[in-house]
Design a protein. Sequence first.
Length: 202
Amino acid sequence: MDENFKFARRKLEEAIATLYHKDFAIIEKQCSERSIVFRLGLYVAQNFEECGYHVDCEYNRRGAEPKSLRGKRFNFPDVIVHQRGNSENNLLVVEVKTRNDTRSAHFQNDIIWRYSGWNRKNNTYFTEEGPYSYTGGIHVYISATICCLAWYQEGKVIEYQKYRIAKDTHALLLVDTNSTQNKCIFDKWYCDSNGESDIHKR
């Protein structure tokens, strides 16, 4: 794992912790995914403010052209950390899911792996050909009781983390992903439905 990605991970994890600390009410009330992503994007932007990167929500451009992947006309990643107009410095792409939408088809349609180069089910995705090639990506599941983070780099899941949310402080408490007591819908999609149970062995 390169230093840029380690740095980006730390900044993103801090932003998620801030989201739970300051905006737990909108998570608990199951407000819309967009409202939660907006608040997360603000904290990510604050953390990268002096680092020379831009942070954008649902950014849909590659230079002057629409951001698109094979088979899709337009794409809108939830949050990206990048330098506008410079595809050589695409640092991090973020996709978020909440308790409001737990349908497997919608998990499947999320595009995080395509931007970070994941070759899934023998399909070679657009980023592997070089237009985007983000240094890394993260798929975040946000709920009032559990937060899951699936980290990607070079087309693979490199780490899967799960946190229990403290009732009083709303702090994120790391839990054992192998425990049957900590299963959630995000696990089912990643592991059961798609045969990726090996991510829990990392």
